[in-house]
Design a protein. Sequence first.
Length: 197
Amino acid sequence: MPRDAKPGGHYAALFASGQAITDKGTGSISDPASGVDIRTRLGVLLLANVRASDNDTGFTDTIQPSGRIVSFSSSRRVYSDTTIPLSIVVENTGQTHLTANTTVTITNLSGKIVGRMQSSDWHVLPDSVREKRFTWSRSVLFGKYYAVAEVAFAGKIITASTTFWVIPMNIVVAVIIAIALFWFMWWLRQWRAKYPT
């Protein structure tokens, strides 16, 4: 790290390439007949923090990450199937990367927890936004649901919430058929009472 590096996050990407043994030493495995050229490359992202310093006391505390939830939502308000995609977008408003761990808790209309999903650690670099997607699925769902996302980083927790409805089409069709049969039976009874045979 350079001595004059500014406090905050600093980042680098390190790549390594393999070189195939070929006649021309091009570092590739080529098939002239097909026009295919195969190369291998491996990369890793390096994340480093530089602490703030002053001339009198030396180093002070490290720069703390900060961020906010830009949005947390489902792609629709009403679903007819039982697979629900959810998306959370987090913005890094600090000077260093933040390592976030996200938990999404889903409750039904009565407040009972019916689902919970947790992500592995994910990174958001300074002055950038990143999206994390979740998919929640159960065999039977009906009604209104509440989803709360908790994003934890550097000892802080920020939250956001959204709601969605699940109304499966097979239940809607069954209710419509039941109402139609009930109405038909009522109409038939009224007709027989008015015109007895």
